[in-house]
Ligand binder design. Structure first.
Ligand SMILES: C[S@@+](CC[C@H](N)C(=O)[O-])C[C@H]1O[C@@H](n2cnc3c(N)ncnc32)[C@H](O)[C@@H]1O
Length: 512
């Protein structure tokens, strides 16, 4: 059995659709050899597994997960085969029986009707294997104690995944209410989740408001749910009869940096925002202006790049921290000032040293090399959220947000890059209603933005993008959530003739 921390290995890095070229660019810049790729995954060789796993999780801006290949089978036809494949793998050498774990799956197999089943079968196999080898079962992540009592009687008391707790409580309460005589008006109730009292006391039943329960639940747990669940992580890729089970060393997607405390309309994922900024070719030196800045994600990602703040610096939890061997000495390794230096260093020692080193390499907040980055949104609330997010990311000093119409954005004297993520019409407003906005952007780019600037726009709407009457120099395809989007680069100073609305030049899906 290979050792995850010490043996040379291949690693698979996942990302969103359209992002592979930018992920490859990052990997090559970090010095890795690319072994292959498909449309959402890149394979690399890792010489020093421990340092590579830690470094990739800390440094990659465009990736979602760093996966360590564990077991695979090309004859995995159905869920029973999957169970067997997983059961006979030595999980006890990788997972801690005292640590929770969770499973994600990407499955395209005709025998599987319900997409949750592979996760459930895989969990069962891992738990059964761990129980057989360790004498007790590991925890399946995210479960918290949930207790519902009515009139002194326990209606429900079980560890339950946080994300299904509210649904379970409502179902239990509704079943119980249906058993009550119509004339009963009051009852003693207690609803507790992970030690928090969500509702208790003698309650007036005709006014028992499940919406209030929902609000209290969300107020208490929304931050925890958004952060995801800490623990080890397992990732299944299963296509046809080929199943590959990986140890997911990242856990929650690397795109979740941890600075986005509050959401806003259609926010862009951090990894996609970083890929778009890379795609514009912005050099971290020229000014960058982001009209339609929403909750500020692209501007904040750009500022982190310019400050050389690694994206993993804000996160306190990665799945690799929950794997066996995290604190065990690796002979021959050296890290920090650990007294154990002569006999080796643990992955934790190496991680601490990497973090200190990365901190030293960051550019100071007032470094003259960090250019001006401007975000503009006409909604005051969006700007407030952006400022809070930028401060949380440590780049509050480097991005200036303004409440303004995009067309009033003050462009710095030195030409730079404009990146726009305007409303698309599918999720926010109706496409037709947005025609004047896109016409306005077209006029602004043609008549107000001086030559020397470069402009880029991402949108899911081809009809709306055709309203921008400038020649396109590059078009790249991305997935933004569920939407197929295109990032279009325009040649400022090369207007299209007014009488050819269908033209768009040149159409190219470029590899970066
Ligand atoms: C698609 S959202 C941008 C999402 C953003 N990229 C993010 O990641 O959060 C579009 C934004 O454009 C803003 N907006 C719409 N029309 C505008 C206008 N004329 N001037 C400035 N901002 C505008 C909206 O308030 C909204 O925040």
């Amino acid at each position: 059995m290979r050792n995850l921390w010490t043996d040379p290995t291949t690693l698979a890095i996942t990302c969103g659709k359209g992002i592979v070229p930018f992920l490859k660019q990052e990997l090559i810049e970090l010095g890795y050899e690319i072994l292959g790729s498909n449309d959402t995954m890149v394979g690399i060789r890792a010489q020093n597994a421990c340092r590579d796993i830690l470094r990739l999780n800390l440094s990659l801006r465009t990736a979602q997960r760093v996966l360590w290949p564990f077991v695979q089978d090309t004859r995995c036809r159905n869920l029973n085969d999957l169970y067997d494949l997983a059961y006979y793998a030595p999980w006890e050498q990788i997972l801690n029986v005292d640590e929770a774990f969770f499973v994600n799956n990407v499955t395209k197999n005709d025998t599987v009707q319900d997409s949750r089943m592979p996760t459930l079968r895989l969990k069962d196999a891992i738990v059964d294997r761990m129980r057989a080898k360790c004498g007790r079962r590991p925890n399946v992540s995210g479960a918290v104690p949930v207790r519902v009592e009515a009139e002194g009687q326990i209606l429900y008391s079980k560890p339950t995944p946080l994300r299904s707790a509210l649904r379970v409580i409502r179902a239990v309460l509704e079943d119980w209410l249906n058993t009550l005589p119509e004339e009963q008006e009051r009852a003693e109730l207690l609803i507790e989740v992970d030690g928090y009292d969500l509702m208790s006391g003698s309650l007036y039943l005709p006014k028992l408001d499940l919406m209030v329960l929902k609000k209290r639940f969300e107020r208490t747990f929304s931050a925890r749910m958004a952060e995801g669940t800490p623990g080890a992580a397992v990732y299944l890729w299963w296509e046809g009869s080929h199943a590959k089970i990986y140890i997911d060393t990242s856990g929650n997607s690397l795109s979740r940096r941890g600075y986005r405390k509050e959401g806003w309309l259609a926010p862009m994922q951090e990894a996609l925002a970083a890929a778009c900024i890379m795609a514009t070719g912005w050099d971290c030196q020229k000014p960058l202006v982001v009209p339609f800045s929403g909750s500020g994600t692209p501007a904040i990602e750009a500022a982190m790049m310019a400050r050389r703040i690694l994206p993993g610096m804000l996160r306190s939890d990665f799945a690799f921290m929950h794997l066996k061997g995290w604190t065990s000495i690796i002979p021959g390794e050296k890290a920090g000032v650990s007294a154990r230096r002569r006999i080796g260093a643990s992955p934790l020692d190496i991680w601490r040293e990497m973090i200190s080193q990365a901190k030293l390499e960051e550019r100071a907040y007032d470094s003259p090399e960090v250019p001006m980055i401007i975000g503009v949104d006409w909604e005051e609330k969006a700007v407030e959220i952006s400022e809070r997010n930028a401060n949380a990311a440590g780049v509050g000093h480097n991005v200036k947000f303004f409440v303004d119409d995009y067309s009033d954005a003050q462009l710095p004297m030195t030409p730079g890059v404009i990146f726009m993520n305007p409303p698309y019409g599918e999720r926010l407003e109706d496409e037709a209603a947005l025609e004047p906005l896109y016409d306005g952007v077209s006029d602004w780019l043609r008549n107000t933005v001086p030559q020397g600037w470069e402009a880029w726009m991402i949108t899911s709407s081809k009809p709306l993008s055709l309203r921008i009457r400038l020649q396109t120099k590059q078009i790249l395809e991305f997935k933004n959530g569920a939407l197929d989007c295109r990032l279009l680069g325009y040649d400022i100073g090369k207007p299209l003739a007014e009488a050819a609305p269908e033209a768009e030049t040149p159409v190219e899906t470029a590899e970066a």
